[in-house]
Ligand binder design. Sequence first.
Ligand code: NAP
Ligand code: ZN
Ligand code: ZN
Length: 354
Amino acid sequence: MVTTVATRAFAAQSPTSPLGPHTIERREPGPHDVKIDILYCGVCHSDLHTARGEWEGTKYPCVPGHEIVGKVVAVGAHVGRYKVGDRVGVGCLVDSCRECESCKADLEQYCYNGNVGTYNSRDKHLGGYTFGGYSASITVDEHFVLTIPDNLPLDAAAPLLCAGITLYSPLVHWHAGPGKKVGIVGLGGLGHMGVKIAHALGAHVTMITTTPAKAEDARKLGADAVLISTDKAAMKVAEKSLDLIMNTVSATHDYNAYNRLLRVDGAHVLLGVPPTDMPAPAVGRMLGNRLTLAGSTIGGIKETQEMLDFCAKHGIVCDIETIRMDQINEAYERMLRSDVKYRFVIDMATLKAA
Ligand code: NAP
Ligand code: ZN
Ligand code: ZN
């Protein structure tokens, strides 16, 4: 019998209702669980897509949030890696089957039996479905808990748990590094981490943005070049100049515009998840240049810890704007207008008063 505790949270009750106060049940720690008081939670565009039902399958009430950092307040009897007081994080995953080929290869995000997302996934412990980090606390199996290195501030480290790993994993997989020209499409939460991490890996980085006003910031973040994707002449000049593209666009768009920027053997990695699928890209360009159109999602737990340690070593954190819990609906509107530099992070101490 699992005991639960009523826990304060913020939830969307329907695709069209603003998020507001809500109470959820959290399980008390089992033998392998860690209970975490949540101090900060980043705001990912996936939270908005899910809360508003833009992807199929949102269950309501929906408590988003998968860029979670906090302090351990209780541990189960068999927990070995964490103790009360530790600074920890939880990203997009809270469980997986742990037995399939992917899980055994530390690729829990690609679990053949379906990973358990931090929110809106089947809850193995309580039945029902999982609730995310817009809440006072969370209980997670220690395997899915990360250590936040001491030199990283908790608030600015929170978005590393999704935005950071979502860029780190494909950049490493596709060998971004010295001698490689990497384009990052979209300067939002994911994109700004892409610029910082690709730069730290030693690649030449081009920021590809629809927003000319972001050019100066892009350079400060580490971009060597900036390409305004609405500038047709500049896009023409940049044709066949890049080896690798990380596409973080959250809205429906045309893949072909970016494929034209790739050299022979270039790869275009899709990371954004627009609400509607786009038409397949032009075949002639793909085969005429031996291009790869690829996809990638977050990263496994081992790689997420590796990313946190890499960021600690290189002094990389996110550029954040801290908000109160009751500002979340306004923050979603601003995110849609690309009006955030470059990630909102909720100060969860403000949940009590919200
Ligand atoms: P975000 O902060 O809102 O950034 C998205 C950026 O896309 C915007 O800042 C904007 O950059 C660009 N953009 C928006 N509309 C565009 C359009 N019509 N054409 C071209 N560019 C456009 O969002 P995010 O949190 O980084 O998330 C981005 C996407 O990745 C979302 O769909 C999210 O669900 C998805 N995601 C995927 C994973 C994964 O594992 N694969 C993980 C997390 C999030 P500019 O102003 O610079 O053009
Ligand atoms: Zn996310
Ligand atoms: Zn598995």
